[in-house]
Design a protein around this ligand. Structure first.
Ligand code: NAD
Ligand code: LMR
Length: 327
């Protein structure tokens, strides 16, 4: 029998968790032959709700679900994890400034980074979905000195998928006919969805649409999509965020198709002039659980300004958490 994969998920009783857990347990991430062991972390106040979710997992009778462990202690839950999906974070509440959010969540990701450093499996990969995702991932990475920095990534796959959907709709194509989409930067309104390298059935996407659509429609729609969903649903995206979390982890571990790439926020090595150490979304290819930034893409002036603006925002977030003593 195939050895089960240990997957730790934080914020497991939350909205995203309610979709994520069930899809992973049904085989959406590791396929139909690999059993999974779910290790679910919550805060004490949400443990009862988590027990309810675990009862529902039982009731699905998923053949691939080998075991479920629940807890509110990060070191216990992360023990031996091959994959850690850090979803749990404190949402922004009324009157809360961005700095307050960084402070509250920074403390969570400091503790979780330290716990992963102590007890995760040798081969662990860590994907951060909880916001502010890029900076949370940087904090966790900086608090886990024994885990290679390349093992941390923040989620910009939802933005990538949103960009595919918008471009497909505009050009009346199918999402699977589009390749080489890129999200640069932060998972925030400063992100830059870039279609200058994208192709639709091998043809340049940018040549199939008008420049004013890119500037006035496509980019703002993708960058503001999270807010539009909150406005429409009264709650932030959950099923689509869970789906993107799975897409990102699956492609990271199992590889990108020949000739295509995906967007992942990963630690910058200075590529494309982005300051080193920032957790910045780049176009990457992956193989056997490792990623590589796609190099030598031509960057026009329009793209350059947008890429730099998002890097500036991330540098400011880094300054804030440094002042707070978190990273
Ligand atoms: P939610 O409030 O429904 O659930 C979050 C859960 O995290 C709660 O159950 C809470 O108890 C738990 N939690 C809080 N602190 C924790 C800790 N220290 N350890 C373990 N669990 C903890 O929120 P949600 O809708 O599931 O969203 C989760 C996060 O994902 C939010 O930060 C949200 O902004 C973010 N998000 C990111 C993206 C993305 O694309 N990167 C998209 C959507 C949502
Ligand atoms: C999203 O992109 O849907 C979320 O990150 C929005 C949010 O602020 O929770």
């Amino acid at each position: 029998m195939t050895t089960p994969v240990k997957i730790a998920i934080t914020g497991a009783a939350g909205q995203i968790g309610y979709s994520l857990l069930f899809r992973i347990a049904s085989g959406a991430l590791f396929g139909p032959d690999v059993p999974v062991q779910l290790r679910l972390l919550e805060i004490p106040a949400s443990m009862q709700a988590l027990e309810g979710v675990a009862m529902e997992l039982d009731d699905c009778a998923f053949p691939l679900l080998d075991s479920v462990e629940l807890g509110d202690n990060a070191e216990h839950i992360f023990n031996g994890a091959n994959l850690a999906l850090l979803v749990g974070a404190r949402p922004r509440s009324k009157g809360m400034e961005r700095k307050d959010l960084l402070d509250a969540n920074g403390a969570i990701f400091t503790e979780q980074g330290k716990a992963l450093n102590k007890v995760a499996a040798e081969d662990v990969r860590i994907g951060v979905t909880g916001n502010p995702a890029n900076t949370n991932a940087m904090i966790a990475m900086n608090n886990a000195p024994d885990i290679p920095a390349e093992r941390f990534s923040a989620l910009t796959r939802l933005d990538h998928n949103r960009a595919l959907a918008q471009l497909a709709r505009k050009t009346q194509s199918r999402v699977d006919e589009i390749t080489n989409m890129t999200i640069w930067g932060n998972h925030s309104a400063t992100q830059y969805p870039d279609i200058y390298h994208a192709k639709i059935n091998g043809h340049s996407a940018a040549e199939l649409v008008e420049q004013h659509w890119i500037e006035d429609d496509f980019i703002p729609t993708v960058a503001q999509r999270g807010s539009a969903i909150i406005e429409a649903r009264g709650a932030s995206s959950a099923a689509s965020a869970a789906s993107a979390t799975i897409d990102a982890a699956r492609d990271w571990l199992h590889g990108t198709p020949e000739g295509d790439w995906v967007s992942m926020a990963v630690v910058s090595d200075g590529s494309y002039g982005i300051p080193e150490g920032l957790m910045y979304s780049f176009p990457v290819t992956t193989q056997d659980g490792n990623w590589q930034i796609v190099h030598d893409l031509e960057i026009n002036d329009f793209s350059r300004a947008k890429m730099d603006a998002s890097a500036t925002e991330l540098s400011e977030e880094r300054d804030t958490v440094t002042e707070l003593g978190l990273a």
